[in-house]
Write a protein that binds this ligand. Sequence first.
Ligand SMILES: [Zn+2]
Ligand SMILES: [Zn+2]
Length: 194
Amino acid sequence: MGCWRSRGPWRLLMIFGALPACMNPMDAHSVLSRSPALRAAAERARFTSPDQCWRGWHVAHRFACSNGHTFLAPPAQLLAGRLRCIRCDMQARLDTLHALARSAGVICTSRSWQGDGALYDFLCSAGHRWQRRGRHVKRGAACPTCARERERKRKLLANGLQLLQRAARSHGGQIVRAGSRKRGRYQKAGTVTA
Ligand SMILES: [Zn+2]
Ligand SMILES: [Zn+2]
């Protein structure tokens, strides 16, 4: 600032972008060298800027995250601690989805994050495939077919137990539960269990 191009008609040209300040090598500098606070904010966020030309706090500059993604954003956003790498954020969301699937014993086969409302593909160890919206995976990522199968078996077992009890009663006996809930024992009425 204060150079001959910051005055008069040159200043107007710079404002309209016809003559960027970095045209003069004397004015070229790293964006992050603009202020110690900006550099500190960049170090905290692990961002760099490949731009050498300062165009203003509220003008988009190029930034790069620690994973090499580049994006445009105003330095004021970085200074305020509000600048995030969208691609890293999307990858983190996808990683969370995959972790939720793993904790439910299934696999998420989708390879990109498309938003909370998008459908994602899942696969269970029995080979069932299904889709679930991102926002619903937090409530549970278990396989719906396997869940239905388990429920069907549970009902069959309960029904089988009722049949056994009926058969036992018709012979003057009863089913006595021993050990776990699912294990029953046929016992003649009046006898004492060990
Ligand atoms: Zn990134
Ligand atoms: Zn399944």
